[in-house]
Design a protein around this ligand. Structure first.
Ligand code: ARG
Length: 589
């Protein structure tokens, strides 16, 4: 528990009910109190049903005893009323003063009273991982957005987050590209050769395609390109310098996309495939010595003990190819070993497309057999579904090419600009552009994060930037509305009077606000950001209901202050929530 932590009401109620159950049924001490939010009261517990069965007594009798214990002096904080309904459900209502108390306590805390459920857990997050000399495309959208949201959220919950950008910066394609550049000295790809402000990656991407074409068409070029790969891997000075140049140019372009997306990744987070190059032979030696990697047809492979292919044979990991080369599998074996041994990770997350599920399953299995990965280490392939085009198939351009990430972002920002401009506003052109950028980028991120991670979703810009429904723009707008109320109130004190009765709409909003920390902890455990999106959406709706039912600015003195406190807390919670999703919360739009 951190010094600013405010225990949520639900957890206080859980403690009270658990204590009462323990007293009523000493034989079953420590049973789960199963407290949930409820429509019939603030909370409901249905623990009595299952427990009575175990204790062979009537649920209603058990519930009655639990109530008696709860009603006895001092046992019930913060429960004000408790009753039985149905076969033995406990309906629990919390005291108004306790609810106001929570609002005041959260407002007084710089972190809204949120706990640090991930405290001290060293968590390595592998995300984004674009490929050098290629443009970032739609396939890098989800990993970048989800990975970054998790990095932010887990960091906020106290984890020691280490970001790892496993950039694709190594492999035979670089021999090909370098050879091609050498043979076409007039090809412009370096920023010195291009107009200022032009990204070099489209040029490199084009040259890479041209190189591939020549590679496939001209066998003599194929040979020269292969020789160049060998030179690169052998550390030939000129070749390595050229390669480094290409990497620098590409990383520069990635930076621009990251800045625009507001992603935390920094150059020092890049530990690309090349980083593992001189560790691969050790990895392979260790696996071979342990008898885990074995020879097969001149290559070294690991036969899975858990997964068989359609032919009934174990599927394999390619540890070393016949020609002595190492590939994607070997590099990922090295990532696990490095992250556990050198980075001393307690938790490893790989935020990568679900289509790589088998790859990670095999890598994890091998790492476990090698003894690198032990039971005290948590490892997860944080898999995600595909971004689909309007036709419901994996998103492609009209000509069938992969969609560039910047094009997607531009489309969303343009749409957002139009949507915001349509509204009645008094923004200057510059303000409008800035807000369009925040709304458009936020819309793309929110649409992605609010979809259950493993599902596919359709990239539908019109829906994303809509002011209605569960969208980023709706939440940003809800936040600006509260900001506008607070600006008009011009009162930052928001002193809470806990003796005031609660209006049902105030109650609903306050209880929703009180669960923010629980939701965050759950997202930290399950790695499912859509749960946070859902919560923020409920919060925004609860605020709307509250604002419709309870006048704020025109209310009289004590009620006005309490309502302003709710406004403050709602604005700060929305802002914090959006921030953890990596989404801007402008004050006007
Ligand atoms: N660069 C790869 C791609 O673009 C993704 C790498 C993901 N991370 C990993 N450790 N395998 O598909």
């Amino acid at each position: 528990m951190n010094e600013h932590e405010v225990r949520s009401l639900i957890s206080q109620v859980e403690t009270a009910v658990s204590g009462a159950i323990d007293q009523a049924l000493p034989a079953l001490t420590g049973a789960d109190s199963v407290v949930r939010r409820s429509e019939h009261a603030d909370f409901q517990s249905n623990a009595a049903l299952a427990l009575a069965k175990r204790a062979r007594i009537k649920p209603a009798d058990l519930a009655t005893t639990v109530i008696e214990v709860l009603r006895a002096d001092g046992n019930n904080a913060p429960v004000a009323e408790v009753s039985v309904s149905g076969p033995g459900f406990l309906n629990l209502t919390v005291a108004d003063a306790a609810i106001w108390g929570q609002v005041a306590a959260r407002l007084a805390s710089p972190r809204l009273g949120i706990g640090t459920s991930e405290q001290g857990r060293r968590t390595v997050i592998d995300y984004s991982a674009p490929n050098i000399a290629k443009e970032m495309h739609v396939g890098h959208l989800r990993t970048t957005i989800i990975g970054d949201a998790l990095a932010r959220l887990l960091g906020f919950l106290g984890a020691e987050v280490i970001r790892q950008n496993h950039v694709g910066d190594w492999g035979t394609q670089f021999g090909m590209l370098i050879q091609y550049l050498d043979e076409h000295a007039d090809a412009a790809w370096h920023h010195d050769q291009l107009a200022p402000g032009t990204s070099t990656v489209p040029a490199l991407d084009g040259l890479y395609r041209a190189a591939r074409k020549e590679f496939d068409a001209d066998p003599t070029f194929t040979d020269r390109a292969r020789a160049r790969v060998v030179a690169l891997q052998a550390g030939d000075e000129v070749t390595v310098a050229r390669w480094r140049d290409i990497v620098t140019e590409s990383e520069f372009a990635f930076r621009e996309v990251y800045d625009r997306l507001g992603v935390l990744l920094e150059p020092e987070d890049s530990a690309g495939e090349s980083f593992y190059n001189d560790r691969l032979s050790d990895v392979v030696a260790e696996l071979t010595a342990a008898g885990i990697a074995v020879e097969s047809d001149g290559a070294l492979v690991v036969y899975s003990q858990e997964v068989t292919g359609p032919d009934g044979n174990p599927v394999t990991l390619m540890v070393r190819k016949k020609d002595g080369g190492y590939g994607y599998d070997t590099t990922d074996l090295a990532t696990i070993r490095y992250r556990i041994r050198d980075l001393k990770a307690d938790r490893l997350l790989y935020v990568v497309d679900s289509r790589q599920a088998l790859h990670f399953r095999l890598i994890f299995e091998a790492a476990r057999r090698a003894g690198w990965l032990t039971d005290d280490i948590d490892i997860t392939h944080v898999a995600f579904g595909t971004v689909l085009g309007p036709d419901g198939r994996p998103f492609k351009t009209r000509s069938g090419d992969t969609v560039k990430l910047v094009d997607l972002l531009d489309a969303a920002v343009d749409k957002a600009r139009a949507t915001v401009a349509e509204k009645d506003h008094d923004l200057t052109n510059d303000e409008l552009s800035q807000i369009a950028e925040q709304a458009g980028i936020g819309a793309v991120k929110y649409a992605d994060l609010s979809t259950s991670r493993t599902k596919d979703y359709v990239f539908d810009v019109d829906r994303m930037v809509s002011f209605a429904g569960n969208t980023g723009v709706y939440l940003q707008y809800a936040h600006t509305r509260i900001c506008s109320i607070l600006r008009k109130a011009d009162d930052t004190s928001a002193e809470v009077d806990p003796t005031l009765p609660l209006h049902p709409a105030e109650r609903a909003l306050a209880l929703e606000l009180d669960t923010f920390g629980e939701v965050l902890a759950e997202v930290g455990r399950l790695l499912e950001p859509h749960r946070l999106c859902g919560h923020l959406y409920e919060l925004a709706k609860a605020f709307t209901d509250f604002y419709e039912a309870c006048p704020v600015l025109s209310a009289d003195a004590p009620a006005r202050a309490n309502r302003l406190a709710l406004c403050h807390l709602a604005a700060r919670t929305l802002r914090q929530g959006l921030n953890l999703l990596g989404i801007a919360a402008p004050e006007r739009m």
